[in-house]
Every structure is written in structure tokens, then in C-alpha cells.
Design a protein around this ligand. Sequence first.
Ligand SMILES: [Zn+2]
Length: 110
Amino acid sequence: MSNAMLEWTCVYRTDNPLEAHIVLGLLAQARLKTHVEGEALAAALGEMPFSHNTIKIFVCAIKVPEAEEILVNYQQTNLSEDWQCHSCAEHNGSGFQYCWHCGKSYDKGQ
Ligand SMILES: [Zn+2]
């Protein structure tokens, strides 16, 4: 295995901290090790509006195909309407397949 396969590779970027959180949760569920850039920077800058800060999510280069499969599924299953979580009753926006509060998926929540 070459060293290139062990380098961090950016697989997702977003300005939405909640979305970053969900994507990290999905990758963690698949036991993918992640590295994040952006969140710490925003905290350090303090007065800088959070919305101007892009969060980047990295995985090990060798894990990119696995991560991309998860992310494609995530992006294709965006819902058309807002929904309420079956598990914790949290209100979720249409862009979220998973409850941002407890992590249950829209269709499997019980
Ligand atoms: Zn929930």
C-alpha cells in the first residue's frame, strides 16, 4: 500500500454545522475514521459569522469509495417535506434523512 492511500481526502463540505454533524454520524456508523476542518477555526475567530465558515470532512484516501457511497445515498434520499422524528419528536427539515437530534433515520424511526 502506498502512502497516498493513507492521506486524508476531503469527501464533503458544507456551511451548515448541523449537516456536518449528520454526515459525521453516518460515517461513524460505518466505522469510518474522520477528520474535520472548519469548526475549530470558527470558534477561534470568534466574531466571524458561522455561516461564512465552510466545514470540510476528510476520510482516509483508501476509504473514499466507501464514504462516497454513503454520501450519495444521503444526498439522493433528501425528503420533500419537513418531518417529525418518531423517536424523539424533534422537528426536522426536508433536507435531513436522519433526525439531527437523535440520529434515527426518517423511515426506520420507531
Ligand atoms: Zn430524533
